[in-house]
Design a protein around this ligand. Structure first.
Ligand code: PGA
Length: 254
């Protein structure tokens, strides 16, 4: 598709502040002058401001792992899109499977979060994917299409342009089971087809479709060389600098 691969690390609830800062400093040094790839990290909320500061002046973007759908108000324990924007973030993960399955987030809530993020100029990384049961029942396309339809409901074409969608089969997240490159590419093609039907070819091709689920240095080259895979969302292998750098390396030489 001719896009630079977009590799994002999702640190989840890992690392300490000092480890995160060290990681960000080393990542910045290691990627200095490397332009073949786009890279981002999604640290814990409480590290965002410090990490954004470390990465100032680099091309590495910082994303939050979640935001609420309201911009402010009586939502004890929640974080608003305005707050993460103010901390320096450019991106935010929305609809991650752990949010959907462990914290009960539903499509309409995810849709509201995407709208709010866009309204404050944060770029959503919109996560979708089927469970093992859904795949075994042959419902992968149905589930993915429903998540896309509901998640993108009422969102303007100009906001869909350049959007990042992460296809993460739930059965592959943190399990060590990666979707085969062909399996992933097949669903990516389906997602691209949905976007083409609903928004036209130009917009569909501008969307970054990342794959996520047990990405590691050893499977990066094969995954990223698939025609419909524009990037990777990496969990476990992104919290160790060495493996994250190996993934970036393997993705840049494709
Ligand atoms: P994993 O997580 O790479 O550890 O499977 C991916 C994700 O949750 O984004």
């Amino acid at each position: 598709m001719g896009k630079k691969p977009f590799i994002v690390g999702n640190w989840k609830m890992n690392l300490t502040l000092s480890e995160g800062i060290e990681f960000a400093k080393s990542l910045k040094n290691s990627l200095h002058g490397i332009n073949e790839i786009l890279c981002g990290i999604c640290p814990s909320f409480v590290f965002l401001k410090d990490i954004c500061k470390v990465l100032e002046g680099s091309h590495i973007c910082v994303g939050a792992q979640n935001v609420h759908s309201e911009k402010n108000g009586a939502y004890t324990g929640e974080i608003s899109a305005l707050m993460v924007k103010e901390a320096g973030c450019t991106h935010v993960l929305i609809g991650h499977s752990e949010r959907r399955h462990l914290f009960g987030e539903i499509d309409s809530f995810i849709n509201a979060k995407i709208k709010t993020a866009l309204s404050v100029n944060l770029k959503p990384i919109f996560c979708i994917g089927e469970t093992l049961k859904e795949r075994e029942e042959g419902r992968t396309e149905y589930v993915v299409e429903k998540q896309l339809k509901d998640g993108l409901l009422g969102i303007d074409n100009n906001h869909v342009e350049g959007l990042v969608i992460a296809y993460e089969p739930v059965w592959a997240i943190g399990t060590g089971k990666t979707a085969s490159p062909e399996q992933a590419n097949e669903v990516h093609s389906f997602i691209r087809g949905f976007l083409t039907d609903n928004y036209g070819k130009v917009i569909a091709n501008s969307v970054y479709i990342q794959y996520g689920g047990s990405v590691k240095p050893e499977n990066t080259a094969e995954l990223i060389s698939q025609p419909e895979i524009d990037g990777l969302l990496v969990g476990g292998a992104s919290i160790k600098l060495e493996s994250f750098l190996k993934i970036i390396d393997a993705a840049s030489i494709q």
